[in-house]
Design a protein around this ligand. Structure first.
Ligand code: FES
Length: 113
C-alpha cells in the first residue's frame, strides 16, 4: 500500500545520491541518516518481527529501539538511524529472526572502521 511520505525535505536540500533498497533504486539526500533517507523516500517497512511478522521501521531515530534494522552491503542487523547514507549502498529489509553476519562481511566492515 504505497503512500506519500509524511517527511519532506527542506527547500535547501543537499545533493542527491543513489542507493538500492530491496532492488529498487532510490534517489536520496546526501548527508542524512539511512533511516531518514528511507523515510523521506516513502519506505514504510524496513523489517518484520520474528514472531508475528509485523512490519516495522525506524521509530526513535537515535539508536535505542532497534526497529530500524536493515542489511547494508551484506551486513545484517545494521541500525539505519545510526548510519549516514552513502552512494551505492545496497540496503535490504530484514524479515523474521536475525541472522549472524558472515565472517567476510564482518571483516570488511572492521577494515573500514
Ligand atoms: S530508529 Fe530506533 S534504533 Fe534506529
Amino acid at each position: 500500500m504505497p503512500a506519500d511520505s509524511l517527511f519532506r525535505q527542506l527547500p535547501s536540500a543537499a545533493e542527491l545520491l543513489s542507493i538500492d533498497f530491496d532492488g529498487q533504486t532510490l534517489q536520496v539526500p546526501a548527508g542524512v541518516s539511512l533511516a531518514a533517507a528511507l523515510l523521506a523516500s516513502g519506505v514504510r517497512h524496513t523489517r518484520s518481527t520474528p514472531v508475528s511478522g509485523s512490519p516495522r521501521t525506524a521509530y526513535c531515530m537515535m539508536g535505542v529501539c532497534f526497529e530500524c534494522l536493515v542489511e547494508v552491503d551484506g551486513m545484517p542487523n545494521c541500525q539505519a538511524c545510526l548510519l549516514q547514507v552513502a552512494p551505492g549502498m545496497q540496503v535490504r529489509s530484514q524479515h523474521g529472526a536475525r541472522r549472524l553476519g558472515s565472517a567476510s562481511a564482518l571483516e570488511e566492515h572492521q577494515d573500514d572502521a
